[in-house]
Write a protein of this length. Structure first.
Length: 188
């Protein structure tokens, strides 16, 4: 069993559900992703009552890049989330490596009506350290949570640091699944 199959099996066992997968090629992308790359979409299951989107093969085969896969959580199924992960994947594979505490521009709202058009990469706290590192005989990856944030929150993280942003998340009882939530920082 190769890297992609092993990661899908690992995640399926973890979430207790079978995913649907969106495989390459994707029309309209500026860069081509490897044929094995996909986004796995896990419906609510025994671990969570929300949807989980996971890149599979984001960094695999790119030893010059940080070995990461991205998790994106959602209160509902939305094909636009696959597009967000595709954009982040292209950025990682063909531009700058993504890693812990980095921010990305989605280029579109996280979900319809949301002001969250950026993402912040953090450890997958909702799933614990057991999900943070995936290893198999064909490779490894750090799984990072892509948290949807507003432009003001992204600017705050860039100016004040990621610790300050996370402190605001805690102070404001941040609801990571609410697409219509208010920003946890003042407008700039």
């Amino acid at each position: 069993m190769g890297y992609h199959e092993s990661l899908l099996q690992f995640a399926s066992e973890w979430y207790g559900t079978e995913p649907t997968t969106w495989n390459a090629p994707y029309p309209g992308l500026k860069h081509e992703l490897p044929e094995e790359y996909c986004v796995a979409v896990f419906p609510p299951g025994r671990r969570h009552d929300f949807w989980v989107y996971l890149t599979v093969g984001l960094s695999h085969g790119k030893p010059d890049k940080a070995q990461v896969e991205l998790l994106l959580y959602s209160p509902r199924q939305d094909d636009g989330l696959v597009r967000i992960l595709l954009a982040a994947s292209c950025h990682h594979r063909f531009s700058e490596s993504l890693g812990l505490h980095h921010t990305v521009n989605f280029g579109l709202p996280w979900l319809n009506g949301s002001a969250c058009m950026h993402g912040y990469l953090q450890l997958p706290y909702l799933d614990g350290p057991e999900l943070e590192l995936f290893e198999c005989e064909h490779g490894h990856a750090h799984l990072l949570w892509l948290i949807p944030i507003t432009a003001d929150e992204k600017n705050f993280a860039v100016e004040k640091g990621w610790e300050a942003l996370e402190e605001r998340f805690e102070q404001k009882s941040f609801n990571y699944l609410d697409p219509l939530r208010a920003a946890v920082v003042p407008s700039s």
